[in-house]
Design a protein around this ligand. Structure first.
Ligand SMILES: [Fe+2]
Length: 183
């Protein structure tokens, strides 16, 4: 697909798309910070945490599928990428915990806060060291941007479809056709 076709980030440059994702996640953590510790904000907290988990899940998959392998091949710094992998694994662990927690649960706010702190550190490192490495490695960032945008659309469609589209009680329009009569 051609770059620029998608709305997932304003830039056609891969680093611009990743930065836009990072900024969005950081803004969501800031918004959570504003309601942290407030028991009457449980609805808002749940809404924010769902968005944080969705955004991060898609973003981490994109980076691991498309960005990290490219960088690993292009730059001679396995240590940097190994550390990034472990930081992603840590984020996945906390996301998995949050997905089975609800606001008001013991350690709920702390789990979100720690995830936010760890992601802030991870993002800072990516935007400095990894982005610099990517720029210096001669990677085609426009081509990568097109791949990222297309894959993001797919992942969002697969992972984040609103549950209202899967209403088991509704008569479903996509009924299987009758088996075709033999010729
Ligand atoms: Fe990352």
């Amino acid at each position: 697909m051609k770059p620029g076709k998608h709305n997932n980030g304003a830039a056609d440059d891969a680093l611009g798309l990743l930065k836009a994702d990072h900024d969005k996640v950081k803004a969501l953590f800031d918004a959570f910070d504003a309601v942290k510790g407030k028991d009457d904000e449980n609805h808002r907290k749940a809404e924010l945490v769902e968005q944080i988990c969705d955004e991060l899940t898609v973003h981490i998959m994109l980076e691991e599928e498309l960005v990290y392998p490219l960088l690993r091949a292009a730059i001679d710094d396995d240590e940097l990428l190994d550390e990034a992998d472990i930081e992603h694994a840590g984020a996945r662990e906390l996301i998995a915990q949050l997905e089975i927690m609800a606001p008001g649960d013991d350690h709920y706010d702390a789990t979100v806060t720690v995830l936010g702190e760890e992601m802030a550190h991870h993002i800072e490192k990516e935007e400095s060291e990894l982005f610099d490495a990517a720029r210096g490695a001669g990677i085609d960032l426009h081509d990568l941007a097109a791949q990222l945008a297309a894959r993001k659309d797919e992942l969002e469609a697969d992972l984040l479809s609103p549950p209202t589209t899967i209403d088991a009680m509704a008569p479903h329009a996509g009924a299987r056709r009758q088996p075709r009569a033999p010729n």
